[in-house]
Design a protein around this ligand. Structure first.
Ligand SMILES: Nc1ncnc2c1ncn2[C@@H]1O[C@H](COP(=O)(O)OP(=O)(O)OP(=O)(O)O)[C@@H](O)[C@H]1O
Ligand SMILES: [Mg+2]
Length: 252
């Protein structure tokens, strides 16, 4: 459902010169699959997700979402995805119910169907206590719950979530994790990034580890265990980054 083929993005930065944010990465994500992107700060995760969400244009390579090319058919891609970006972009003067109504209408929902769907989201993401409070008065976690509700409101087949559990307390993070598991059950294709190793272990069918724009490893937990000889994802992750450093040292 998501096919990433040699995808690359470079930025021209005045101070740093050319930054290879994503450096020829390939992987795919199937329907009914949760794929987690891990990597240290600045590894290229957000860049990858923004490319797939058609917010950025690649410098090289291609990718398809549901058969639509991200460069040739960005609108067809956008119709199939719910994209949660790090900067939540929630209008400040509206209440959560108004935000959901606004984005629901943008995505073609209306009338009774829209009302029902908003009620569902308010219940699923436990928004009811603050559903009618202006969003500039909400806590970080409350805003994040609303941002996720907004992302999945129109029930898209593909979910692309950049650090969905960022800013959430443990029970709320679990709420979101369980939502993702249910979404997988119903056939959705889910690609997300996280820094929370326990979360990736709990959720992911497969994991991709990105470092300095490159995919260092890709596989199931068992495959990554076999490759590194480590058991917990935290140790596997650190081990894989070490490999990155060693390989880089060897090239010098
Ligand atoms: N618009 C931009 N202009 C210049 N450089 C950029 C731009 N966007 C991202 N970068 C650079 O690309 C690299 C990858 O950034 P990216 O945001 O994809 O990392 P990330 O893996 O999401 O990190 P984090 O875990 O901190 O969110 C970084 O070196 C970053 O500084
Ligand atoms: Mg990021």
């Amino acid at each position: 459902m998501i096919r990433v083929d040699n995808l690359a993005k470079s930025f021209h930065d005045k101070k740093r010169g050319i930054v290879h944010a994503l450096d020829h990465v390939s992987f795919d994500v199937k329907p009914r699959e949760i794929f987690g992107l891990l990597g240290p700060n600045g590894a290229g995760k957000t860049t990858c997700l923004r490319l797939l969400a058609t917010i950025l244009k690649p410098t090289d390579g291609t990718a398809e979402v549901g058969g639509a090319d991200i460069v040739k058919s960005p609108e067809a891609v956008r119709r199939q995805i719910g994209f949660l970006s790090g900067d939540m972009g929630i209008p400040a003067r509206l209440t959560p119910r108004e935000v959901l109504a606004f984005f629901g209408k943008l995505n073609g929902l209306e009338g009774e169907k829209l009302r029902r769907r908003i009620d569902e989201m308010v219940e699923t993401f436990e928004i009811s206590d603050f559903a009618n409070t202006k969003t500039d008065k909400l806590s970080t976690g409350m805003k994040q719950k609303l941002a996720i509700a907004r992302t999945v409101l129109h029930d898209p087949p593909v979910l692309i979530l950049d650090e969905p559990s960022s800013g959430l307390d443990v029970p709320t993070a679990r709420l979101i994790e369980n939502f993702m598991l249910k979404a997988r059950e119903s056939g959705k294709c889910i690609l997300f990034s996280t820094h929370v190793m326990e979360e990736a272990e709990y959720l992911c069918d497969r994991i991709g580890v990105v470092h300095q724009g490159k995919l260092k490893a890709l596989g199931t937990m068992d495959e990554l265990r076999e490759r590194t000889g480590k058991h917990r994802l935290r140790e596997i992750f650190l081990d894989l980054l070490e490999i990155g450093e060693l390989a880089q040292g060897a090239r010098k």
